[in-house]
Ligand binder design. Structure first.
Ligand SMILES: Nc1ncnc2c1ncn2[C@@H]1O[C@H](COP(=O)(O)OP(=O)(O)O)[C@@H](O)[C@H]1O
Ligand SMILES: O=P(O)(O)OC[C@H](O)CO
Length: 497
């Protein structure tokens, strides 16, 4: 019997998971990644550590599963998106640390580009906003700030890649320089309509085309591991997708109007919008969901900056609880929020408000307010913020929501999931396999090598664990949502200049 090995290279850890044909997890191994903070607001990773961590988890997961390398039919890669590596074509060595998606070190470059009025041009071509989040300005920063880098780049001696590209390059013995559509669509350099690196943007950012990887579909054989890097055998590397897109695929959101929301530190929501890119009027990003079978599927993406991290704030910040799971019993101890709202705008407000100066606020306190209210208001705020993103998607696409699937660490909280269903008035579906990101990459790799034949083959193995159906009456819902909107407006109003 053969298996698929999926590598999920995330922001805080690298994981390897082996799946069988029925999408069961056979074994899993993970390793932490060191976070490097050279200055406040900057976040970097060591690309060599990332590569070594991948080697380590691949070895450990095979041991754990008691499988031989020959038992692996293909490897799929999914990755933290946008994180940028630039390396020397001749030595294979990075010229700087990887600049992580969270890093704000290029915000000045972005401010300048925005002041020059480039925003609409970049948005029209890439579907993205000019923001330090995306790779483009990170590449520029490396070329402008690392001694000698600009000269080397102009001579064609440097290569750029997101983490997928870096890992394929390393695994293939520094032979293959590729990325896939999903990762390319997060760089701010890729024209998502014409499906090519955008020469005008490259010239504005002064980035030579010679640095860029070839853009491939999300499911095909890109190359083979050298035996040296895969324990004596050549294994096809056959699937690549950025982690949020991989999760959309792993959640089987194959049709227009299907949505997945991942509840982790923040929330990442993606909606499959079909084969035409939709421009958002509400600050959502237009991105590529995957490229498969010579077709591009697009998505709208919105994020909630503070979700599970507000639960961490209750635990580690104000020390109101000892564990995240406590929030569930605290919240259900109350019949309702009793008028208490928390707007966790700790780092401003995202979609659809886009107010970076807003800061968190609590409303509706009385002498009877207890930690139960805090826990409940925090959990509810995750649902209200997700509601705001989903409503923006509905307005932009005019599409009915076909399904709403959830994953991520916080979905174990049943109060959270039920309240999400109640407030959206939608069925919320949680799959049996919560490792949807790794599963998505496994599916993409498996499809390329015939391990799975078609998407229908995959659908047959997708299993539901829990479904939450709305139980709230319309007037209660309307009243609660009204309270949230007033709380957000008041939060935005509170600015002491
Ligand atoms: N039972 C729970 N109730 C609410 N939130 C939870 C619960 N368990 C974990 N979380 C939150 O989920 C987040 C961890 O989820 P995870 O998917 O591992 O996040 P990430 O991938 O962003 O690190 C943390 O922010 C944590 O506070
Ligand atoms: O590594 P994660 O799971 O935090 O995901 C990071 C996202 O891809 C950033 O866009």
């Amino acid at each position: 019997m053969k298996y698929i090995l999926s590598i999920d290279q995330g922001t805080t850890s690298t994981r390897a998971i082996i799946f069988d044909h029925d999408s069961n997890i056979i074994a899993m191994a993970s390793e932490e990644i060191t976070q490097i903070y050279p200055q406040p607001g900057w976040v970097e990773h060591n690309p060599n550590q990332i590569w070594v961590s991948v080697l380590a988890v691949m070895a450990r997961v095979l041991l754990e599963a008691n499988l031989k390398p020959q038992d692996i039919a293909a490897v799929g890669i999914t990755n933290q998106r946008e994180t940028t590596v630039v390396w020397d074509r001749h030595t294979g060595q990075p010229v700087h640390n990887a600049i992580v998606w969270q890093s704000r070190q290029t915000s000045k470059i972005c401010d300048e580009l925005n002041e020059k009025g480039y925003g609409p041009l970049f948005k029209a071509k890439t579907g993205l906003l000019i923001d330090a989040y995306f790779s483009g300005t990170k590449v520029k920063w490396i070329l402008d700030n690392v001694p000698g880098a600009r000269k080397k780049a102009d001579h064609g001696d440097l290569m750029f890649g997101t983490i997928d590209t870096w890992l394929v390059y390393k695994m293939t013995g520094e032979q293959v320089h590729v990325t896939d559509y999903t990762n390319a669509s997060r760089t701010l350099l890729y024209n998502i309509h014409e499906l090519k690196w955008d020469e005008e943007i490259l010239s504005i950012l002064n980035i030579p085309m010679s640095m860029l990887p070839e853009v491939k579909s999300s499911s095909e054989v890109y190359g083979h591991s050298t035996p040296h890097h895969f324990f004596g055998v050549k294994v096809p590397i056959a699937g690549i997708a950025g982690d949020q897109q991989a999760a959309l695929f792993g959640q089987n959101c194959f049709e227009k109007g299907m949505v997945k929301n991942t509840y982790g530190t923040g929330c990442f929501m993606l909606m499959n919008t079909g084969e035409t890119p939709i421009n958002s009027e509400h600050g959502l990003l237009t991105t590529i969901a995957w490229g498969l079978d010579h077709k591009i599927t697009y998505a709208l993406e919105g994020s909630v900056f503070v979700a599970g991290s507000s639960v961490q704030w209750l635990r580690d910040g104000i020390k109101l609880i000892q564990s995240a799971s406590e929030t569930e019993s605290l919240a259900t101890a109350l019949p309702s929020n009793e008028g208490v709202y928390i707007v966790p705008a700790f780092v401003g407000l995202g979609t659809p408000y886009w107010d970076s100066d807003a800061r968190g606020a609590i409303f509706g306190l009385t002498r009877g307010t207890s930690k139960e209210h805090f826990a409940r208001a925090v959990l509810e705020s995750i649902c209200y913020q997700s509601m705001d993103v989903l409503r923006a998607m509905e307005e932009d696409t005019k599409l009915p929501i076909k399904s709403f699937k959830v994953d991520g660490g916080a979905t174990v909280n049943q109060f959270l999931m039920q309240f999400q269903s109640d407030i959206l008035n939608l069925r919320v579906e949680q799959p049996k396999i919560l490792e949807t990101t790794a599963l998505g990459a496994a599916y993409l790799a498996g499809l390329a090598v015939g391990f799975w034949q078609t998407k229908d083959d995959i659908k047959a193995s997708w299993q539901l664990k829990n479904a939450y159906n709305p139980q709230m009456d319309e007037s209660t819902r309307a009243h609660l949502v009204k309270g949230w909107k007033i709380a957000v407006a008041a939060t935005q109003h509170f600015k002491v200049k």
